[in-house]
Design a protein around this ligand. Structure first.
Ligand SMILES: CN1c2c(nc(N)[nH]c2=O)NC[C@@H]1CNc1ccc(C(=O)N[C@@H](CCC(=O)N[C@@H](CCC(=O)N[C@@H](CCC(=O)O)C(=O)O)C(=O)O)C(=O)O)cc1
Ligand SMILES: N[C@@H](CCS)C(=O)O
Ligand SMILES: [Zn+2]
Length: 773
């Protein structure tokens, strides 16, 4: 173990890694396109890491190991896989001659190649971040296959700043992994823990030799109810940290547990033979009696995550200080931090100069959170010294409660007057009959999920319109041209139900936020969603209203170009909440109903304009599902009701679609059914249609489109592959219920691969239609 360096009094659990101006995104995409080489990409990565270290020092996080080494080129779970050699056999040999996984191999795992699909992607706990799922089988042989975190640590250390290297912890790593194809049915990756631990120990030893005083092992899987019973989880964690804790030569260890309370694992985790334990004390709760916890933590540091790392509201410093005081009074040795990594929030609210000063004063992005944790650490050292900042925070939070727009009388009156009938439509059988008479669709109707490729031309037109370089009318005409092209293409390809392609939308949530009252949007507030893809979550700060129709003109224009039905395209209330930074001063359910009513009005206007099919996307339905089973029913009840409130005003003959992606949906299949949509399209291609088993066993009776084309990578599915997926679907779900569609929207794809893939999709549909009796 290295010298006696205490855990820093103030630190962040993690920091955004894309760069203040998305430098990493731009460099990674340039590398993929062959415009820069690996050395140039590595240089950008180092500049970002050094910039982060210097910035956090400027903000007051000056102690050794206060700066988290949470950089990643793509994803932290992929990084762990890359470091321990968890490279699925199906990729062949991706290692360089020196036995290491270089950048090219690393990105092959993330993006696939001509033969292999990339690692599956799924959501990271209850966030809008998506990680890559490692594949592990009984034959996986672990070894150190990357020294990237060592090199990055050393590079920043050369500039005089010692960071705190980070790795996803071994238990979480295995729990987030899936069994490699071909593994026995009863194989679970956690069975490989004993084989994995020596490789973690070897990495720790090398980090210690490189000079790291502290290393952070992140174990968020411990706060979620998963497939593994608590007793087994406890045994795994104890085994893991007995081994790592007794490693010969290692840095001090922080085990972090973000995203919620440890529940019955609290004392076992606090007792682990490591030097510091982080708890999420923003979402998680402490026991009333702290005696047992204090005993378990004897000789260790509790890194108290009292500042919310996952949302952007200014911290109630007085309330956090009170929590810290209680822990201190129990004799616990404390350090202050965030509840989760701050990579869920943008860099700096001071950059958002277009926002009112009042709104800005309510916000804390990552940089502001660094100052908050430093203030709270000062409070612990000397309560008087921090008093002015703590009192100022209390005054600002109080002013927010009474600010104009936070509560609007007409919105409150409308939600208060809701009746049960506002949540129900006519019986499905009547709807199905009326809709078929209206739409006259063939069996296995083909459609897409909504967006078509967002080309550079579309984005640059929008950027120019935003800067005033082209007029609003010119921008509208350019978007109309794009819609014409997308409609013509779908006619040519032979689709049955068309979309307008969503070119006018920067993002499926931000676009609605820009057109609803109660929201603000940011200019620089980028947050990583997955890999190089980022979003700017909107800020939902006040009561929500719709002052004018949002999508109706675009939908009517698109419908005027074709005889085929054109889907109106909306984002649902749960997804709008999940992908925004939502006010924290009232239950989410209340906010969801306000958004739902705005959408309900939009649906009514679309119907009046002659739109017969309206899709209300809810890809984030699964995302907000609480990590603890006990909390799930309440969430599912209000989220399903919000969707129903949005859609139940639709006429019997109007076909309501919904779309879900980016998650495994088996666990929320009842809720999906409860949405009562006429047609549900759902991601399925990457998991080779696993979801149809859930649909079959559930007896799902309405329309369903399990995705037959994985749109997450440039790979083109062949006609035969789509035919086989469709045949699997037909074997499980009655053909009269089935729709044919890709997994998700096509906005991230290019036109060449999109056209080819969609052509194969239509050809495969015709082939399978012909086989139907
Ligand atoms: C479906 N998903 C979404 C999630 N969350 C959302 N909020 N939205 C989603 O669609 N979560 C789950 C999934 C997976 N996630 C994503 C997330 C992001 C993308 C994606 O493609 N993001 C784009 C940015 C999209 C956007 O906001 N575009 C804007 C701004 C574009 C831009 O960068 N402009 C440049 C100037 C360009 C020029 O001059 O040519 C600039 O501002 O500097 C827009 O179109 O106007 C990304 O690039 O990361 C996909 C799936
Ligand atoms: N309608 C959206 C859904 C994405 S989840 C799209 O097609 O991009
Ligand atoms: Zn989707």
């Amino acid at each position: 173990m290295t010298e006696n360096t205490p855990f820093p009094a103030a630190s962040l659990l993690g920091y955004p890694r894309i760069g203040r101006r998305r430098e990493l995104k731009k460099a990674v995409e340039s590398y993929w396109a062959g415009r820069i080489d690996a050395a140039e990409l590595a240089a950008t990565a180092q500049q970002i890491q050094l910039g982060t270290a210097q910035r956090l020092q400027e903000l007051g996080l000056t102690e050794v190991a206060a700066v988290p080494g949470t950089f990643s080129y793509y994803d932290q779970v992929l990084d762990a896989a890359a470091h321990v050699g968890a490279i699925p056999a199906r990729f062949g040999n991706l290692l360089d001659a020196d036995g290491g996984l270089g950048l090219a191999g690393y990105f092959t795992l993330a993006r696939g190649d001509r033969e292999q699909q990339p690692l599956e992607m799924t959501k990271w706990f209850d966030s809008n971040y998506h990680y890559l799922v490692p594949e592990i089988g009984p034959d996986t042989v672990f070894s150190v296959t990357s020294d990237r975190i060592l090199r990055d640590f050393a590079a920043v250390l050369e500039s005089g700043i010692e960071t705190r290297p980070y790795l996803v912890g071994p238990v979480t790593f295995l729990l987030l992994s899936k069994a490699e194809a071909g593994a026995p049915a009863d194989f679970a990756p956690l069975a490989k823990l004993a084989e994995l631990l020596p490789v973690y120990a070897a990495l720790l030893e090398r980090l210690a030799a490189a000079g790291a005083s502290w290393v952070q092992l992140d174990e968020p899987a411990l706060v979620a109810d998963g497939a593994v019973p608590a007793a087994e989880l406890r045994a795994a964690v104890e085994q893991a940290y007995q081994v790592l804790g007794s490693a010969q030569s290692r840095p001090k260890l922080l085990v972090s547990t973000p995203y919620g309370a440890l529940g019955e694992l609290l004392e076992p985790v606090a007792s682990l033979p490591v030097e510091a334990i982080h708890l999420d004390l923003f979402k998680g709760e402490l026991p009333a009696d702290l005696t047992g916890l204090a005993q378990a933590l004897a000789g260790k540091t509790l890194v108290a995550g009292v500042v919310d790392g996952h949302n952007i509201w200014r911290n109630d410093l007085a309330a956090s200080a009170r929590k810290l005081d209680v822990l201190k009074a129990a004799g616990i040795n404390l350090a202050v931090s965030t509840s989760t990594s701050a990579f869920h929030v943008p860099h700096d609210s001071a950059e958002e100069t277009q926002l009112t000063e009042q709104l800005r004063s309510w916000l804390a992005f990552a940089d502001q959170k660094a100052v908050e944790v430093a203030t709270l650490a000062r409070h612990l050292a000397d309560a008087e010294a921090a008093r002015p900042e703590i009192e100022a925070a209390s005054r600002i939070i109080a002013s927010r409660a009474s600010a104009e727009g936070v509560r609007r009388g007409e919105v409150r009156a409308r939600t208060a007057a809701l009746a049960e009938t506002d949540f129900h439509r006519a019986e499905y059988a009547d709807r199905a009959k009326a809709q078929q008479e209206e739409l006259r669709l063939p069996p296995l109707p083909t459609t897409t999920i909504g967006s078509f490729p967002q080309t550079g031309d579309i984005r640059s037109a929008r950027a120019r319109a935003n800067k005033g370089e082209i007029s609003a009318v010119d921008y509208q005409e350019l978007m109309r041209e794009e819609i014409r092209r997308v409609v013509d293409l779908q006619e040519d390809l032979g689709f049955d139900v068309l979309v307008h392609g969503e070119p006018e939308r920067n993002d499926m949530v931000q676009y609605f936020a820009e057109n609803l009252d109660g929201f603000e949007v940011t200019v620089h507030g980028w947050v990583q969603s997955y890999g190089s893809r980022c979003t700017r979550p909107s800020i939902l700060w006040g009561d929500v209203t719709r002052s004018a129709p949002i999508t109706v003109e675009w939908a009517s224009f698109a419908q005027s170009l074709t005889e085929k039905p054109m889907k109106g395209m909306l984002t649902g209330p749960v997804t709008i909440l999940a992908w925004s930074f939502v006010r924290d001063d009232q239950p989410l359910a209340d906010t969801a109903n306000q958004v739902a009513l705005a959408l309900r009005d939009e649906i009514a206007d679309l119907e009046t304009a002659g739109i017969k099919i309206i899709q209300v996307d809810e890809p984030a339905l699964r995302e907000l599902l609480p990590l603890r089973k006990a909390d799930q029913p309440e969430y599912l009840a209000w989220s399903v009701r919000a969707f129903r409130l949005a859609t139940s005003g639709a006429a019997t003959g109007t076909q309501i679609h919904t779309h879900l992606c980016y998650s495994e949906f088996g666990v929320v299949i009842d809720a999906i059914d409860g949405l009562d949509a006429d047609v549900t399209s759902i991601e399925a291609a990457r998991s080779r249609m696993e979801v149809v088993n859930d649909l079959q066993s559930h007896g799902f009776s309405r329309g369903v489109g399990p995705g037959v084309y994985d749109i997450h990578s440039p790979r083109v599915p062949g006609q035969q592959e789509v035919t086989e997926l469709l045949q699997t679907a037909v074997a499980h779900v009655p053909a009269r219920q089935l729709w044919v569609n890709p997994d998700c929207g096509l906005k991230t794809r290019g036109y060449a691969e999109t056209e080819e893939s969609l052509r194969n999709l239509v050809a495969a549909t015709r082939e399978v239609r012909a086989q139907l009796v």
